[in-house]
Design a protein. Structure first.
Length: 182
């Protein structure tokens, strides 16, 4: 069977009830989901919720994943949402070795209700081992030195920077760059 990805479940009158598909779907939604999948329809905006539901309800799905994979690696974990976090935990609880890499100070998807709280939960979970990387490998040492020298300034303006308009951000960036190259 060939599957087709449907971008908006609300545009399909037969399946629009799946728009409210959540971690705990109704029986009607479960039946409708099975029908949609048997017809080859995958609804993109609900793919995470559906994947988690399948992992929880279909034992063969976990068995298949465990037979194929021994590890799950997720980079930028600070930007994971609740569904992604629950899928990760479901796979780890099924026996896969889970590796979550992230930086709680680098979260950028708050507008989509994705916060570093799930990474922080893993850090505080005794089932996971926390490693800190304290050597910078991402940029030239001179850039890192500027950050270290001006860390307090960067931390003070961080919240303000998110609220600034584009022109104000550009002015501030020019000022920070001029401090750096001075």
């Amino acid at each position: 069977m060939e599957y087709s990805v449907c971008s908006d479940v609300r545009n399909d009158p037969q399946y629009s009830i799946l728009a409210d598909f959540s971690i705990k779907p109704s029986r009607e939604q479960e039946v409708l989901l099975i029908t949609a999948l048997s017809e080859g329809k995958i609804f993109l905006e609900k793919s995470g919720e559906i994947a988690l539901h399948i992992l929880r309800k279909v034992p063969g799905a976990i068995m298949y994943i465990r037979a194929r994979f021994s590890h799950i690696f997720i980079d930028e974990y600070q930007d994971c949402g609740e569904i992604q976090h629950n899928i990760f935990l479901q796979l780890v609880n099924a026996g896969l070795v889970g590796v979550a890499v992230g930086d709680i100070n680098q979260a950028i998807f708050g507008f989509a209700n994705r916060f570093p709280k799930y990474l922080i939960q893993l850090i505080g979970n005794s089932e996971f081992k926390h490693f800190e990387l304290n050597k910078n490998h991402r940029c030239h040492p001179s850039i890192h030195c500027v950050f270290l020298v001006h860390r307090n300034l960067f931390q003070r303006i961080r919240g303000y920077f998110l609220l600034m308009c584009r022109e104000e951000k550009l002015k501030l960036l020019k000022k920070l760059i001029s401090i750096w190259i001075a």
